[in-house]
Design a protein around this ligand. Structure first.
Ligand SMILES: Nc1ncnc2c1ncn2[C@@H]1O[C@H](COP(=O)(O)OP(=O)(O)OP(=O)(O)O)[C@@H](O)[C@H]1O
Ligand SMILES: [Mg+2]
Length: 277
């Protein structure tokens, strides 16, 4: 679990994160959503220790990352895996070497042990025959999987993913989302994901934090988000007419006005007032 208390972070005279309180739960996918520039990446970089906050606490199992000793910080960082936006693989290293990199940095294991672990995680992300390939030779979805394999190779307690679906088609995005979700549950990881992707929100959003101009504007889960009454959040998630219509349909379904096997012709010919009831 990670507890964030009154987190503030600015650059020069501009405050970007304006006092955020949040709890990231273990074994859950904790999603940070919000429009471009709302502060998601800055927030995540504070959480992993890449930015030093101006104020506030970031408690890893009750221990504050901001004030802990360098030794404790190093130990905490070892428990953190991160999937960067765009995967951030080393172009000159093979898939195998990319995934082995954190083991080279943080362990004194033998080459054979490291290779065994690399092969385990590559198999876990369904990338068995890609060891000797270079990043330029594999697809975007495969690169994300290599990024995930590298992020979990040290058995992290905490996993951070900044826009894991950027640049992927909806089906590949779903595969990546499901993989992150499975790993989170399987290893009881506290996972934090920055995303714009509404499919991800609906599929894996156990705990969702909506950021608006550096504030936490709303918090809930993927069941609550559909019927939320927050105007700002609604204009963010239902930005298209199509999604607004889909929400109306879902409302009618929940109210029992239509059923799942609805006959569209019947519905379209029915009293229009039904949509306003
Ligand atoms: N290193 C920096 N120095 C100065 N300002 C920064 C820095 N990093 C981010 N900012 C500013 O902080 C604000 C929030 O940026 P951030 O990257 O966190 O947004 P975001 O929500 O992640 O957006 P996106 O969805 O586009 O990734 C922006 O106004 C940005 O210009
Ligand atoms: Mg960002």
């Amino acid at each position: 679990m990670i507890e964030v208390k009154n987190l503030k972070k600015g650059f020069e005279d501009k405050l970007v994160i304006k006092g955020v309180d949040a709890t990231m739960q273990a074994g859950k996918c904790n999603l940070i959503i919000g429009s471009s520039g709302s502060g998601k990446t800055v927030f995540m970089k504070c959480l992993v220790g890449l930015f030093e906050p101006d104020e506030g606490e970031i408690l890893y199992s009750g221990n504050d990352l901001v004030t802990m000793s360098d030794e404790e910080k190093k130990e905490t960082r070892k428990q953190i895996g991160m999937l960067f936006q765009g995967s951030a693989l080393f172009d000159s290293l093979t898939v195998e070497q990319n995934v082995m990199f954190p083991l080279d940095m943080f362990t004194k294991d033998s080459y054979q042990d490291k290779l065994k672990r690399v092969n385990e995680v590559l198999a876990r992300v369904n990338l068995k025959d890609a060891n000797k390939k270079f990043p330029a030779e594999i697809s975007g979805g495969m690169k994300k999987r290599v990024g995930i394999a590298r992020a979990i190779v040290l058995n992290p307690k905490y996993l951070f993913c900044d826009e894991p679906n950027s640049g992927l088609d909806p089906q590949t995005s779903l595969v990546i989302d499901q993989l992150i979700k499975e790993l989170t549950t399987e290893y009881n990881i506290t996972t934090v994901i920055n995303t714009h992707d509404m499919n991800s929100v609906m599929e894996i959003g156990d705990n969702i934090i909506y950021m608006y101009q550096g504030h936490k504007e709303w918090e809930g889960n993927n069941k609550e988000i559909i019927f939320n009454k927050n105007e700002k959040l609604n204009s963010f998630i239902f930005a298209s007419e199509f999604l607004k219509d889909a929400k109306d349909m879902r409302m009618l379904e929940v109210k029992g006005k239509i059923d799942n096997d609805r006959n569209m012709d019947e519905l379209l010919n029915s009293d229009e007032d039904v949509l306003n009831s």
